[in-house]
Design a protein around this ligand. Structure first.
Ligand code: ARG
Length: 462
């Protein structure tokens, strides 16, 4: 019994039509059409290679190239008609190609499967998008360095347990953020490098009987090499997990920065003023200016952590090689990209434009006995063992709390009652400036050190 030709590309062996609901349920075109440009890029390279090995004639190649380039135009201009019946981005494009150029279009899929095609597409796509993330990170880092150089001497309280600990410079605090981002940048670079191998040629799972020139395709697409194992190449999604893990860590950093900015911009702290264009007001309380963007970024970190968990769970029970489960990798991955890029983009502009309230920072550093450690170190320099000096200073702090003043506001006579080795020069270390200047050690908070570190950082990212 012969059968009418089937509109589905794989319909040959089927005797009934797919249930309409199942068709929609299994289709991915709604979200994977985002891969159209890289899908075309991959097909262009594959076609060139097929021509090189004699599978496609010169004329066939030319017509495939022409067809693909008009499809590209259609997609870019929004004229391309996506069809759920054609399931995914690959079959939509291939069907259109055949419609446009006829039988040559049907030859493009020689020696290729959607399994190695999708594995290639995601790599191509993610590779470009990682570069965009990295550009935003660099832009943000440059902004941080510019702001840090304006605030190498700006004193603020440094905290541990969110209790005033020791005075630091605001520039130093910003350089800490720079370091977090530098690690994020490096992680993304590592991820991009590891995933840059070419799956095409792995076909469905076992490789192909056509003598494909995989190295040639790899060169055309700028992959470092063809994959060594076809089973792994079509089924591996480590790179997507790795990217989401890197994004999750980066979002953790942005979320921590957000938390600080939310606290600092409160009336109680008043350390910074966020640019108006990054805030909104309240519909009922006229005085309000809410730090929406930092709050939202802090909140958005949750969905990225969730996507990482989705991908780990997606992969954990899959046998080799490709399984349809893998289609579920795209939405978490795309949303992670959008969230990370959006958050970085906002911060890269918002943070360097913070208004810094030096006076409030300074005042806050004066409260909370931020220079108590300096007094302890001073006594150690006068010959006391550190544990004893710690005890002496503790008693002095209790006294000052009782009197309602800072250590630097106590007279020499008062201080001498705690230890008679205390002399006039103690006031050099009890001031905030004296305290930060003393921490002139590699990585320390002294303004001189901060300026030096800014120069180092500039070289690192130039
Ligand atoms: N839409 C599929 C995906 O996203 C493409 C590969 C489909 N392969 C297959 N054998 N059904 O993973």
């Amino acid at each position: 019994m012969t059968k009418q030709s089937d509109s589905r590309m794989w319909g040959g062996r089927f005797t009934e039509q797919t249930d309409a609901f199942v068709e929609a349920f299994t289709a991915s075109v709604e979200f994977d059409q985002r891969l159209a440009m890289v899908d075309i890029q991959g097909s262009q390279a594959h076609a060139k290679m097929l021509n090189k090995i004699g599978v496609l004639t010169e004329e066939e190649l030319t017509s495939i190239e022409k067809g693909l380039s008009s499809i590209k135009n259609e997609v870019e201009s929004g004229r391309f008609e996506w069809s759920v019946q054609l399931e995914d981005v690959h079959m939509n494009i291939e069907a259109r190609l055949t419609q446009l150029i006829g039988v040559a279009g049907k030859k493009l899929h020689t020696g290729r499967s959607r399994n190695d095609q999708i594995a290639t597409d995601i790599r191509l796509y993610l590779r470009d998008e990682i570069k965009v993330c990295q550009q935003f990170i660099r832009q943000f880092q440059h902004g941080l360095l510019d702001l840090a150089s304006k605030h190498a001497d700006t004193i603020m309280p440094g905290f541990t347990h969110l209790q005033v600990a020791q005075p630091i410079t605001f520039g130093h605090h910003l350089l800490a953020w720079f370091e977090m981002l530098e690690r994020d940048f490096g992680r993304l670079a590592g991820c991009a490098k590891r995933m840059n191998i070419l799956p095409l040629g792995s076909a469905a799972l076992a490789g192909t009987s056509y003598p494909l020139d995989r190295q040639y395709t790899a060169d055309l697409l700028d992959f470092s090499a063809p994959s060594r194992n076809s089973l792994d190449a079509v089924s591996d999604r480590d790179f997507a997990i790795e990217f989401c893990a890197d994004a999750a860590i980066c979002m953790t950093h942005l979320s921590r920065m957000s938390e600080e900015m939310v606290i600092w911009s409160s009336a109680q702290f008043n350390f910074i003023v966020l640019p108006d264009r990054y805030c909104t007001g309240s519909s009922i309380m006229p005085q309000k200016k809410n730090p929406d963007v930092p709050e939202l970024v802090r909140g958005k970190s949750g969905r990225v952590f969730g996507h990482l968990m989705s991908l780990l769970t997606l992969m954990k029970s899959q046998t080799l090689a490709y399984n349809k489960d893998n289609q579920e990798d795209k939405e978490p991955l795309f949303d992670t990209l959008d969230t990370l890029q959006g958050s970085l983009r906002a911060f890269a502009d918002m943070v360097p434009n913070l208004q810094v309230k030096k006076g409030s920072m300074y005042k806050a550093a004066k409260q909370g006995f931020a220079t108590a450690t300096d007094l302890a170190d001073y006594l150690v320099n006068k010959g006391l063992p550190f544990r004893d000096s710690h005890e002496v200073v503790g008693i002095a702090v209790a006294y000052a709390i009782d009197k309602g003043k800072d250590l630097s506001e106590c007279s020499l006579k008062e201080l001498k009652t705690f230890h008679d080795s205390i002399e006039q020069d103690v006031f050099e270390v009890l001031t905030l400036e004296g305290s930060v200047n003393l921490r002139n050690i590699t990585g320390g908070t002294a303004p001189e050190q901060v300026r030096f570190q800014i120069e180092q950082c500039r070289k690192l990212i130039s």
